[in-house]
Structures are given as C-alpha cells and as structure tokens.
Design a protein around this ligand. Structure first.
Ligand code: HEM
Length: 550
C-alpha cells in the first residue's frame, strides 16, 4: 500500500511518539542484570523512596533485605550501595583504580563549590584531583602528621581549660580545638577564641553545605539536567547555594591570600600554605583553586573531628559505666599526671573507646559517594560505568552479626585491637577492620593519622579530668538522658546539641589543667600565637619563597 504525503507524516509522528514513550518507559526501570533493589516507578526509579531525613535508616533496612550489594535507580542513573565489609574491600579498595571518582553533583560541586572542592572532585585523567592528592599526601602523611603533635598537645590543653571554665559550651570548645589545629597547620595561626568571627562563619557555611547537598531537589537536578535551565527564582536551592558559595569563597580567599601575603612579607609562620603557594606558581592555577584546596583541608580537618568528639561526650553521658571503667584505667596507668601519646600502648580501654566512638556515631553514615569509571561485575551483577557507589558505613557498623547489640556503646568489642586506623584499613583480613569512618580506596581520608591522635588525646584527657554527669530537669528533678537518635541530618550527621553536666573529677585535676596551660602557654606570644613553631616541621628551615602572579 502506498501512503500519501500527509498519511506518511502522521505515521512518522506516531512512530516517533511510540519510540519516545517506549524509551521513557525504560527510564527508572532497573535492568535485570543490576544488583537487586526495591521496586521502581517509571521515570523516578527509586528517587521517591529516598528520604530527605535519616536516610541511613532506610538504607540499613534495604541492606538487611537485599544483602551485601543493592541498587537504586535514579532516573536513568544507578546507585550501587555496598553493605558489607567484604564488598567495600573487594570493590573500593581492591579495584580502587576504577572506584575512586566522584559522581556529578550539580548543587554540591558546581554551585556550592564552584567546581573547586577537593572532596567532590572527579578523578579524570586531565583533572586536578591527582595533583591535589599528591600534595595532600605530602602534608598529611604519617611522618608529616607526627610533626603536628606539639600543636595538638597545646590546642588540647586550651580545650580542657575552656571546658573547665565554661562547661556548657563544651561543643564550641571541641570545635575550636580541631579548628585551631587546622588553621595552625594550614595557615600558620591559631584560632584562639570560640568568639572568633571567621571560626563561626566557617562552621555556619559548612553546616549549610552539609544540609543542602543531600536534598532530593539536588538529586533531581542531577537526574534531569534540563531543570538547570530554570531561572533562579524557580530554583531556590540554587539561589541559596550560590549565596553560600560566595560566602565560603570569600572566607577561603581571605584565609589563603592573607597567609600568602604574610609568607611573602616573611611574617607568616611556616605552614602548609608555603608548599601550596609554590605549587600554585609551578602549576599556574588560580587563587580560587588554591583557596579551596587550603579551605578543604580546614573543613575536612576540623568539623569532622569535632563532630566525632561530640558523639563521644554523648556516649559518656548515656553510659556512665563506660566512663568509670575508662577512668579506672587512666588512674591506674597515669595516676596524677595528664595522659599523653606515650601512654597509648598501656591504655587499651581508651584505645577501644576511640574506636567504639567512631563505630557508634560514624559521622558520614553513608560515606562520601564514589563513582565507578568503567563497567564492572560483582557477585554476578553488572555495575555500570558512571554509577554512584555508596559505602553504607552505618549499615556495616550496625550489622548485628559484625557488632552484636550494635546501638550499645561497648568498647570491649575492640579491647584486643591495637591497630591504628591506617593499619586497620590496610589489614587484608577485612573482618579485622575496625570501622569505615574514613572511607575506603584511593579517596580514603588522608587526615586519619592526625584525626587518630586528636581523638585519642581528647578522649583520654577529658576522661582523666572530668566526670560527664547528666543534666537534671529543674522541674521534675529527673536526669536528662540524651536521645542518641536525635541527629542533625546532612552529609555528615552528628547529635543535635544536648545537655551535659561536665565537672572536674576533683580539685587536683582542675588545678592540673590550669598548671598545664600556664606552662604550655609560655610558648605563645601576647596574641596567643606561637612565638616559634615547634622543631621538626618540614617548612621550618626553608626561606619562604612566594610569587603573587596569580
Ligand atoms: C574524625 C575525623 C575525620 C573523619 C570522620 C573524616 C572522614 C573523611 C571521609 C569519609 C572522607 C572521604 C573518604 C572516601 O571518599 O571514601 C575524607 C576525605 C578527606 N579527609 Fe578526612 N576525616 C577526618 C579527619 C580529617 C583530617 C584531620 C584531615 C586533615 C587535616 C582530613 C582531610 C581529608 C581530605 C583532604 C580528604 C579528601 C580526600 C579526597 O577526596 O581525595 N580529614 N575524610
């Protein structure tokens, strides 16, 4: 039969619509060879089932239902979720060459970070992540981390004094402790007060970023890039994101450019920025990128460690018998003096408390998403190139077979474990790996050697010096037990502020904190900055060489 012209056109349009509908009906559907997962809806896939809040609980449920690996469909994109220590080891560690990129993240990376945040940089052959990674390795390696110990010791003592004098602000003092350590390492100056406006700004910015990155609206913009064409007034998340980025960029530039200038003038203390300025000259990148590299270290190093320590304090308030057992060990080993890093081998219960803190309140409950850069197969399932790969840290840590009675804070699980975080991460027997807080594979946290020490020093000395009592409700006279499930949501979760009654264990210990501070603060000048930086820092002996051509 021969069709006339108009019939042909109608036929062509109908065929086009049919093909389009057929193609669209496949969007959101899970291909048969992918890992299993919850049933999908056309177009959306599983997007509607991922909650904006407490999503780790839903992921934990799915992990129990589908086993070591499940998949979620987000439109045409796949998200592969790894729920066992073995699956994480097999893929992210052992096949690190193809599992170390990051997924597209329009809001998190393009808008909030101007494409510059190290944590979200993809690992592309021409990208800058490899260059930055090498640099991070130099400044955060095991041997470099050792040289920062005098900074950790001093900031820790300042924190103890802060908690002694102003216990209700313990969260702020923990934050200042870790923030000051990183501003000193990175920019060469201490953050001396919890009232410092840049310190407050840095935490506010991070808080907002943390929240915005996980909204379903952010995922919609990755799923349907055409939505990015909408004007800002119809996309409040982008409008808000741009403001936050501007704020953060100004903050990081301010930190970096001041230090760069001070290095040039010879007035800055030796610090990470010295190498960064030299690398900027050699590689010819912008001040904005340099500012974000240094800012990324500041962020990655401070909020993370502080949040973990807030979790620790909460655990001590909920489980006083753990605090008592730890204090018994500390009194036996250290008697009347401050614990320090030399005591690590003799304080197995304190080491175990540190590991249990990281397991029990792991901060990044679902890790930082990885992306796979080549097609792969695992346990007979296809893992498609470009899929987002989630480390279900919460699911592994709360697996009752790996950790019986997992919501209980129980350091005895780790009593015979004397591995550092890096030893545990490298242990070929993955059942001996303590936790997955620092991620895995080539993207794993390079700051873990520093974090281990900051956490150990804080836990041992806080427990040596203070009792963590419960606050009492003045009306009912009942003790207030913090709710361990009351968490601030975001890429990093931590307990919402809670009350604790932190008191020195006795007058001698209170005096000891004051005496230790009086002694160590002799190293500081009138502005509470280091008169001279400690020996051993790799930048100590060299002349600052800077160039401001960028
Ligand atoms: C308890 C404290 C800390 C926690 C929980 C933590 C956690 C993490 C996690 C989950 C990642 C991503 C891992 C992955 O993608 O698999 C990461 C990356 C990173 N961390 Fe940490 N971290 C902590 C402390 C630190 C410290 C003290 C520093 C530096 C001073 C630091 C610097 C970094 C950097 C630079 C990256 C980016 C690595 C990359 O994307 O290539 N972290 N951290």
């Amino acid at each position: 039969m021969i069709l006339n012209g108009s019939a042909q056109s109608i036929f062509a349009v109908a065929a086009f619509i049919a093909i389009l509908l057929w193609q669209m009906s496949k969007i959101g559907r899970r291909p048969k060879d992918y890992p299993p997962g919850p049933p999908t809806l056309p177009l959306l896939g599983n997007l509607h089932q991922i909650p904006d809040q407490k999503r780790h609980l839903q992921f934990e449920k799915w992990a129990r239902e589908y086993g070591p690996v499940f998949s979620l469909m987000l439109g045409t994109k796949a998200m592969i979720v790894l729920n066992s220590d073995q699956a994480i080891k097999d893929l992210v560690d052992k096949r690190g060459a193809i599992y170390s990129s990051r997924p597209d993240a329009y809001i998190a990376q393009d808008i909030l970070s101007g494409g510059l945040r190290v944590l979200f940089m993809p690992n592309s052959p021409t990208g800058v992540w490899k260059m930055v990674r090498k640099f991070l390795h130099q400044i955060l390696s095991v041997s470099a981390a050792r040289t920062y110990v005098p900074y950790q010791d001093l900031e820790n003592k300042a924190m103890l004094l802060g908690v002694l004098e102003n216990p209700n602000n313990f969260i702020e003092h923990l934050r200042r402790y870790t923030a000051s350590l990183t501003t000193q390492m990175t920019f060469g100056f201490r953050t001396t007060s919890i009232e410092d406006p840049r310190f407050k700004q840095a935490f506010d910015v991070s808080y907002n970023i943390n929240l915005l990155t996980i909204y379903t609206n952010s995922a919609m913009l990755d799923l349907l890039p055409i939505l990015r064409e909408l004007p800002d007034f119809l996309l409040p998340i982008r409008r808000e994101g741009k403001k936050i980025h501007q704020n953060e960029r100004d903050l990081f530039r301010n930190y970096y450019l001041n230090t760069k200038q001070a290095l040039k003038n010879g007035t800055a203390k030796p610090c990470v920025c010295k190498d960064l300025v030299q690398m900027q000259v050699k590689e010819g990148f912008t001040d904005d990128l340099a500012a974000y590299i240094s800012g990324s270290i500041l962020q990655a190093g401070s909020e993370t460690t502080a949040s973990i320590l807030v979790g620790f304090v909460q655990a001590m308030v909920i489980w006083p018998e753990v605090a008592r057992a730890a204090q018994e060990e500390l009194d036996r080993v250290c008697e009347d003096r401050f614990p320090d890093l030399n005591d690590v081998p003799n304080l197995p219960y304190i080491r175990a408390c540190a590991k249990e803190t990281l397991r029990w309140m792991p901060g990044f409950f679902l890790g930082i998403p990885h992306a796979v850069t080549k097609d792969d197969t695992y346990l007979g399932y296809r893992i498609p190139q470009g899929a987002t790969v989630i480390l279900n840290v919460w699911g592994v840590h709360m697996d009752p077979e790996r950790h019986p009675n997992p919501r209980r804070f129980e350091p005895m699980r780790y009593i015979n474990d004397d591995q550092s975080s890096i030893d545990a991460a490298n242990n070929p027997d993955v059942s001996k790996r303590d936790h997955f807080v620092f991620g895995a594979g080539r993207r794993r946290c390079q700051g873990m050697h520093i974090a281990d020490r900051s956490i150990y020093l804080a836990i041992s000395r806080l427990l040596w010096a203070f009792d963590f009592k419960r606050a009492v409700n003045p009306k009912t006279q009942q003790e207030i037990v913090p709710d361990m499930d009351d968490l601030a949501d975001g890429m990093m979760s931590l307990p919402h502020p809670f009350q604790a009654n932190i008191v020195p264990r006795n007058a001698h210990k209170a005096q000891c904190i004051r005496d230790e501070w009086a002694e160590i603060s002799k190293l500081l000048d009138g502005e509470a900055q280091w008169k001279e930086v400690p020996k051993g820092l790799k930048w100590n002996d060299e002349q600052a060489q800077t160039d401001d051509t960028h």
